[in-house]
Design a protein around this ligand. Structure first.
Ligand SMILES: Cc1cc2nc3c(=O)[nH]c(=O)nc-3n(C[C@H](O)[C@H](O)[C@H](O)COP(=O)(O)OP(=O)(O)OC[C@H]3O[C@@H](n4cnc5c(N)ncnc54)[C@H](O)[C@@H]3O)c2cc1C
Length: 302
């Protein structure tokens, strides 16, 4: 059984499957989405661990049950016999009866000078992940999407000093009064840069020359699934996100998904949970096939 992607989703699935005793292989290119974050939060019993340490512990556990982990990138994946053929960038090939795609997503940031350099440090996207660590500081929220007003209202929970940056004329009267009612300040105009001082974010530059002092900026990135392999396999999608059932089975028999590749809302603990759920469903599917094969062989024998 091959898992493509060894983040929280893929490794959690690998652990459950390795314990269920099919042969397990994880191929992982080693770039989990939260790699740049120094700490991971909100994972019960693992709060504050570094993302790398979580995965390192997971790899040891999977190997402890005989699972194999290959560092590499899957470049081709397609039907082969009654299962799938898997080709890695370095030329290694594997075959598998079922495949779990847990390749995650990538965050596309707005192209504002200085923003990407501060990503996962003092440019953040998820207040649930890192809001507590920046509580009571001077927070900014870069807006401009319909969801940004609600996002600012949520970020407001972590500080009484929140400014929402939006293009002029963007907000409705109702939105303005909702923001004012919770003391969220407004900065209207075009953001032209993120400023730093001594390796800390210190402000936001505006096109009219204003510099607005801030300690931290929250920005909602565009979430893009790493779904090349799924597209090539012909998995049905909805706005880029693979269509799947509750257990992670896609519209292509034998192809399963877990974690951020199909669920943009999945946090680490959710991705791990999905990996576990999907692993049990895959195992049951393999057993069903084994039963069918055994019955057929048994019928032939008599
Ligand atoms: C800056 C930042 C901080 C975050 N902090 C938190 C936090 O504190 N708490 C929290 O719960 N969540 C946090 N998150 C969200 C968290 O990163 C995701 O929930 C989690 O990584 C999803 O796990 P996953 O297994 O689905 O994907 P990932 O962890 O992204 O793992 C996918 C893996 O697949 C591999 N891969 C991709 N394509 C291929 C291929 N073709 N072949 C082989 N391997 C491949 C990648 O290299 C990667 O290792 C944060 C996100 C960001 C961006």
């Amino acid at each position: 059984m091959v898992m493509v992607g060894g983040g929280a989703a893929g490794m959690s699935a690998a652990l459950v499957l390795a314990r269920a005793r099919p042969k397990v292989l994880v191929v992982d290119s080693g770039e989990p989405r939260n790699a740049l974050a120094s700490h991971m939060h909100g994972f019960l019993s693992r709060d504050g661990l570094s993302p790398a340490e979580l995965l390192s512990l997971g790899r040891s556990e999977v190997k402890g049950y005989g699972g194999e982990i290959v560092v590499g990138s899957v470049t081709e994946l397609g039907p082969s016999g009654s299962g799938f053929g898997v080709l890695l960038a370095d030329g290694q090939r594997f075959s598998t009866r079922r495949v779990l795609i847990a390749t995650g997503l990538h965050d596309e940031l707005p192209t504002i000078p200085g923003l990407a350099e501060r990503w996962a440090r003092d440019v953040l996207h998820c207040p649930y992940c890192h809001g507590y660590e920046v509580r009571d500081q001077q927070l900014g929220v870069l807006g401009g999407s319909p969801e940004s007003v609600r996002y600012a209202q949520i970020v407001r929970q972590w500080s009484t000093d929140v400014l929402l940056f939006v293009p002029a004329g963007f907000l409705t009267t109702l939105q303005r009064s909702e923001l004012a009612a919770r003391s969220i300040g407004l900065v209207e105009g075009v953001v032209t840069g993120i400023l730093t001082d001594a390796d800390h974010l210190c402000g936001v530059a505006m096109d009219d020359g204003r510099v607005i002092l801030r300690d931290v900026v929250f920005v909602p990135p565009r979430l893009v699934p790493n779904n090349d392999l799924l597209i090539r396999l012909g998995v049905m999608e909805d706005a880029g996100w693979a269509v799947k059932d509750d257990a992670g089975q896609t519209t292509v028999p034998g192809v399963w998904v877990a974690g951020n590749v199909a669920n943009p809302r999945a946090q680490v603990i959710t991705a791990a949970g999905e990996g576990s759920t999907t692993a049990m469903a895959i195992n049951a599917d393999l057993v069903d096939q084994d039963v069918r094969n055994a019955v057929q062989a048994f019928t032939h024998d008599i």
